[in-house]
Design a protein around this ligand. Structure first.
Ligand SMILES: Cc1ncc(C[n+]2csc(CCO)c2C)c(N)n1
Length: 230
């Protein structure tokens, strides 16, 4: 059962990683943005802000995944990360295009949109780490994006949102296919971290915590409609 294979019950180093971010995950799952998605009370304006920022985020995340792919050590990982890079742009963009249309936004609105402080900080950190850190650390930087969404999708999938758009979002990440994809990435991470030095594992753990915090901040920015202070 994929249900039991994720999270802290996972054997290996990824189980340790999850335990490290338990307090962050607890804040994410109880955040008013996610509670509002589930009970349908999230104001549309905040969802619109999130969807636009996410479209900007995904372009950069796809680049980070390709960088991790380039730096991987076997063909399977190269293929996997590049396939996910493609997926981040195609599958998720079509999802977002649907949402944007439903929200009354078009390509022009997206072209005019600028990154929030959080989106810029998160994506810049991802690209820097994917490009310049050790391979184990680069891999750990991109993990929370997959893993936290899979866990959120699973935790929320039992509940169907009364708002169809929000329900569609929840079902996207709550499916078995997505769980299997995340499991494959986590298995890869366990193999890589097993071969890493203890110093690299330590740094990779800190980086995993940092990008998990950015995942929290991304929802929080949507909730606060974050802007640049000056
Ligand atoms: C801020 C933010 N974090 C994670 C995801 C989810 N996500 C984006 S790409 C990808 C894997 C490859 O397609 C996953 C799981 C998101 N949409 N936005």
């Amino acid at each position: 059962m994929s249900g039991a294979s994720l999270r802290g019950e996972r054997p290996g180093f990824t189980g340790t990683l999850w335990r490290e971010i338990q307090p962050v995950y607890a804040e994410i799952i109880s955040h008013p943005f996610l509670r509002g998605l589930t009970d349908g009370s999230l104001p549309k304006e905040r969802f619109r802000y999130y969807v636009v920022q996410d479209a900007l985020y995904l372009r950069e995340y796809a680049r980070a995944l390709s960088l991790v792919g380039v730096r991987s050590r076997d063909e399977e990982s190269l293929l996997m990360f590049n396939a996910h890079s493609l997926g981040a742009i195609t599958v998720e963009r079509s999802l977002h295009d649907g949402f944007l249309k439903d929200l009354g936004l078009g390509p022009h609105d997206l072209a005019r949109a600028r990154m929030s402080p959080t989106t810029l900080a998160y994506t810049s950190y991802l690209i820097k780490t994917a490009a310049t850190a050790s391979y184990p650390e680069a891999l750990c930087a991109v993990l929370p994006c997959y893993w936290i969404y899979a866990e959120v999708g699973r935790d929320l999938s039992g509940e169907s949102s009364p708002e169809p758009m929000y329900d569609k979002w929840i079902q996207t990440y709550g499916g078995e296919d997505f769980n299997a994809l995340v499991d494959a990435v986590l298995d890869t991470a366990d193999r890589v971290l097993q071969d890493a030095t203890s110093r690299q594992r330590e740094t990779a753990t800190r980086t995993f915590l940092t990008t998990s915090r950015y995942e929290y901040m991304f929802w929080d920015a949507g909730w606060r409609l974050e802007t640049w202070p000056v």
